[in-house]
Design a protein around this ligand. Structure first.
Ligand code: SAM
Ligand code: SF4
Ligand code: SF4
Length: 334
């Protein structure tokens, strides 16, 4: 199996199918104008499926489709069908802002998708609009119902918590999730990309998130099925479901990070905070055979020494700043 410099395998592949998005979330890509990847540079579904097959042959077990907003890519169900049929793949998931789920849920389910994650940062329509700049809460809530009706399960909500913006909604979000049978994962606000104006004091920490939840719902730590998964899961003591917290800032987990990313333009990226990627598209379109592509993937992963969140943690402790020109999250796939 593929191993990097710190002996970490490549188990989870995140595929960004487009860098385009119908939202402009303040936490991710607030800019109105952005230089989008040219259409002809975006990998075709057949190209993505071929690379995915090679990644699986090298040890990848889980694939997540993301972006940008993956549901903006036309005919996504065709890609889902190809990936769902991959021998050896144990899990296929999709992360979406949910705005187009009403239209897409049935086709995705029919193509073989079983579960989804939906990002939801606020239940207040006006605040939702402020956070996403273009989103309409009603559409996302309708999308969630459509996904549930189509039998997608489990449905997990992802909520990034930014201090002073939506930390006051943690209990509302928990109640909404519990009331609808959704799992929920809170995510510490991260310094992804270069334009979200991140500062350490905007991070509402895992400790604070848990304290807020425990003030109403006692929790107990759940047994971890996958010790490398970034979210530590908790169960409500009253049996009302589960909640996770992804504490990338206050409890970094780089030493267990098994995530490899493929951008919409075919670059292999070894960290969410990377400055560059490894171009697989040039090889793919230059006529490379499977073995040559596998060698390129192996070479990129074997040289991986990323541990940005651990370095950031040390820097925050020492009061210094992380300065790095990163690839935008919208491009490399959240
Ligand atoms: N557009 C889709 C969505 O929003 O779900 C998929 C791509 S989005 C980049 C993937 C995830 O990144 C979402 O769950 C989003 O909430 C999360 N995210 C965005 N900005 C973030 C930040 N600053 N820190 C942590 N997570 C963030
Ligand atoms: Fe928001 Fe997701 Fe779009 Fe980023 S990619 S702006 S998190 S909807
Ligand atoms: Fe993985 Fe990079 Fe995040 Fe560390 S900072 S957990 S290496 S993606």
């Amino acid at each position: 199996m593929l191993r990097d410099i710190y002996n970490r395998p490549a188990r989870d592949l995140r595929i960004s199918v487009t860098d385009r998005c119908n939202f402009r979330c303040t936490s991710c890509m607030p800019l109105d104008k952005y230089v989008w990847i040219e259409r002809q540079e975006i990998l075709a579904y057949e190209e993505i499926a071929r690379l995915a097959r090679l990644f699986v042959s090298l040890g990848v077990e889980k694939i997540r489709l993301t972006g940008g907003e993956p549901l903006l890519r036309r005919g996504l169900e065709r890609l889902v069908a190809q990936l769902a049929a991959l021998a050896g793949l144990k899990d296929l998931c999709l992360t979406t802002n949910g705005a187009l789920l009403t239209e897409k849920a049935a086709a995705l389910r029919a193509a073989g998708l079983r579960r989804i994650n939906v990002s939801l940062e606020s239940l207040d329509p006006e605040k939702f609009r402020r956070i996403t700049q273009r989103g309409e809460l009603k559409r996302v809530l309708e999308g969630l119902s459509a996904a549930k009706n189509e039998g997608l399960a489990p449905i997990k909500l992802n909520a990034v918590i930014e201090r002073g913006v939506n930390d006051d909604e943690i209990l509302d979000l928990v109640e909404f999730a519990r009331g609808n049978g959704f799992a929920i994962r809170f995510i510490e606000y991260m310094d992804v990309g270069n334009v979200n104006d991140w500062r350490p004091d905007k991070v509402f920490s895992k400790r604070e998130i848990l304290a807020r939840i425990q003030s109403r719902y006692p929790l107990r730590e759940a047994p971890r099925e996958d010790p490398t998964a970034p979210a530590v899961d908790y169960e409500f003591a009253d049996g009302g479901g589960e909640v996770g917290v992804i504490a990338s800032v206050t409890e970094p987990f780089c030493s267990a990070c098994t995530r490899v990313r493929l951008t919409a333009e075919g670059k292999l990226v070894t960290c969410l905070f990377a400055e560059t990627g490894h171009d697989l598209k040039a090889l793919l379109r230059g006529g490379a055979g499977d073995e040559e592509l596998k060698q390129a993937i192996t070479a990129a992963w074997s040289g991986r020494n990323d541990r940005y969140s651990e370095q950031r943690f040390t820097q925050i402790q020492s009061g210094s700043e992380c300065q790095r020109k990163k690839i935008e999250m919208i491009t490399l796939g959240g």
